[in-house]
Design a protein around this ligand. Sequence first.
Ligand code: PMV
Length: 319
Amino acid sequence: MKWFAQAPSNIALIKYMGKRDESHNIPTNPSLSYTLDNLSSFVEVENSPAKSNHWERLDLPGAFAFSLSDAGQQRFLAHLDFLKHHFNHEGHFIVRSCNNFPMGSGLASSASSFAALTKAACRALADLTNAEEYDNDKMAALSREGSGSSCRSFYSPWALWDEDGVRSIEIGYDNFIHECIVISHEHKSISSSEAHRRVKTSPRFEDRPRRAAHHLQQLLSAFEHQDWSLAFQICWQEFHDMHDLFATAKEPFHYISQESKDVLNIVKTQWDKRGDGPLVTMDAGPNIHLLYRPDQADMAKQMKHDYFHDNYDLLEKWS
Ligand code: PMV
């Protein structure tokens, strides 16, 4: 039998970086993300008589050609083992997965792929063990054990993850035009798991929970008061704060390339000129995410035409 699930990626505006408890992916600070419904992972699990679990690529029209490294496959299948153990099930599965976007470049493929695996496997395991179907909150909590940021992909359009757990939150803006300017498709040399470890050695880490909580409060307040320009400033400070942790770790590392800086400069210059523009953020990778309100569609088209269309690969969703 086969079970199939799809899950979206998400982009954090307040970043999860650094773990209080590494074995359960408990964050040191709250995070807030916008769910990217256009960037999805697809997972199919099939029960198998084999003696172990096995991963292969799922062939779907429109899927991005990719292969999962041995370490990536092991991590994915280890999460399946964790779920099997949770359901007290000993049989094995073939797991097939794919994304409709490139992975390994700071586009949170672990978020969507672990969320999709958790959904497909929970359905399969509930069926095979005659257990009740798990609700979204239960699946999000299980998914978090495999990949922290994946727990936010269960909620749309916004997810808040703090010490009380993860849940959806009303922000008042919920239909952004999303444009990801792809600076590089290459695999990241430092994985986000490694980044979570290294940031703890930065002298700036001790005060990071306070700064993140402050940014969160400021951003929620800016959204509430429809102060778009303030929201932009907070998002800008926040991703720089995370990248500063990378740069000041004992073994420093960097994702912001010269091309990333060029794009950031373009967007900042536009903001300075027009007093308006998109929200900007970057994950643990060189790519730049822009979020425009639907009423900024003309500006988004203009900027795309003037600066990005001919020079970069774009992943986009027009609302
Ligand atoms: O879930 P992880 O361990 O891949 O963490 C990813 C964390 C960032 O993407 C860098 C930031 C975030 O909050 O999504």
